[in-house]
Design a protein around this ligand. Structure first.
Ligand SMILES: [Zn+2]
Length: 420
């Protein structure tokens, strides 16, 4: 048997990746349909065809644009069923139409000028992760679109790992379930995933950044809406009576902390309260916020702070009313994953066996995995090699994608080794 690095360096992962990124799969937050854009099914159909071609006969694309497939076990042991998950859509922030990938071979630390728009430059000084890529082959766009390595790198890596496992029956593994979702970028990726139909015990999203990273923690997220009612009076006769909801809302925003607790002043494990919208007329209006923190207590504290600010401001407007509604959006998957320590431990071991230094981190955002974890499928995130995602400067290296393929194969082997 060839060694895993040889098996995973057959360039098939790059071929797949270059094929997938040319299909426009941008999702749309303003659409009401599932998937949010019909074109995401173009990639879904291609993936199902390819899965059928390598022998996964149950592969199918459902009406919601979700791809399911099964790689049957080739061992008699009772191995937990593992789901490998990636998302097919790309960010609504930057166009994903007519992606023209460029390959920079044997990268030597220089700035990379993108040929379709030379004002777009991936500067080595601004992308320190490039220093780890000396000698590697870097894929970028031509500067006019995003690349879509987020998350088509993950899709290509899962597809490649499954193909290698099928072609090498001497590598023993349990049942693997493949799940490709639409609409992750707009937070609806798993809305229609049928966990019963999927039938997995544990999962991994392959949607992370730097080679070697594992993320088992995400933000917990609430959405807050403040509904204001002011006192409307004819402006010519308003003295001492009018209470303008536009001014009430402005005062509330003005009282938010300036040097802390906002996206622009926090990093690492700090959370924030972030105004996302303000619509008002004299007689009433709404303020929208998102609240983020890694802990429930932190989330509650921030909600309470918002409530206190609103109450304080309302004291100056006795005729007006203000109603605060806080709704949960998603929760940190850490609490779930801590109950199944083997899920992250096995991923770290797989990363080590692929020859990388494992690095455990947290995500200042949510993933399909955080939703799946809370729905009952514990699901941390392993690296796909994506960098500078949601931008025209997005890049990924061929060698990192090959390491991700190796990591996935090792992961399948480790779960099988541990089973009775
Ligand atoms: Zn992603």
């Amino acid at each position: 048997m060839a060694s895993l690095p040889e098996l995973a360096s057959s360039h098939t992962v790059t071929e797949r990746f270059l094929r997938y990124v040319t299909i426009d799969t941008q999702s749309s937050p303003t659409s009401e349909s599932y998937p949010s854009t019909e074109k995401q099914k173009d990639l879904g159909r291609l993936l199902v065809q390819e899965l059928h071609a390598i022998g996964l006969s149950d592969a199918r694309l459902d009406e919601f644009g979700i791809v399911y497939a099964t790689l049957p076990a080739n061992t008699a042991k009772a191995v937990p069923v593992i789901c490998l998950c990636a998302h097919m859509d790309t960010s609504p922030d930057v166009t994903g139409k007519d992606v023209k990938p460029q390959l920079v071979r044997n990268y030597q630390g220089e700035d990379i000028v993108l040929p379709g728009d030379p004002t777009q430059v991936i500067r080595a000084a601004e992308h320190p992760a490039l220093q780890q890529q000396i000698g590697n082959d870097i894929i970028t766009t031509d500067g006019t679109t995003l690349l879509g390595a987020d998350n088509k790198a993950g899709i290509a890596e899962i597809m490649d790992a499954v193909t290698i496992l099928l072609a090498n029956p001497q590598i023993k593994h349990g049942t693997l379930k493949i799940l490709f979702t639409p609409d992750e970028e707009i937070g609806r990726g798993v809305d229609n995933v049928d966990l019963k139909k999927l039938g997995a015990d544990f999962g991994y999203t392959v949607d992370g950044e730097t080679a070697g990273s594992l993320e088992d923690e995400t933000f917990s997220a609430d959405k807050a809406t403040l509904t204001l009612r002011g006192v409307s009076v004819h402006p010519g006769f308003a003295k001492g009576r009018m209470e303008n909801a536009i001014k009430i809302g402005a005062r509330i925003i003005e009282r938010l902390p300036r040097d802390s607790c906002s996206p622009e002043t926090t990093e690492g494990r700090e959370g924030f309260v972030h105004p996302t919208g303000f619509e008002a007329k004299l007689e009433g209006g709404t303020l929208g916020f998102i609240i983020r923190d890694f802990t429930e207590a932190g989330l509650r504290e921030k909600g309470a702070m918002l409530e206190a600010i609103a109450e304080q401001v309302m004291r100056d407007f006795p005729g007006s009313t203000c109603e605060l509604k806080i709704e949960p959006q998603y929760r940190n998957m850490k609490a779930v994953l801590d109950r199944h320590p083997q899920v992250s431990a096995n991923a770290l071991e797989a990363i080590r066996r692929a020859g990388l230094a494992p690095h455990r981190g947290s995500i200042r955002g949510g993933t399909d995995g955080s939703r799946l974890s809370l729905m009952g499928l514990p699901c941390p995130n392993i690296f796909a090699g994506e960098h500078a995602f949601h931008s025209r400067l997005e890049w990924v290296s061929v060698q990192d994608m090959q390491k991700a393929v190796e990591t996935i194969i090792h992961l399948a082997m480790i779960w099988e080794e541990q089973a009775a």
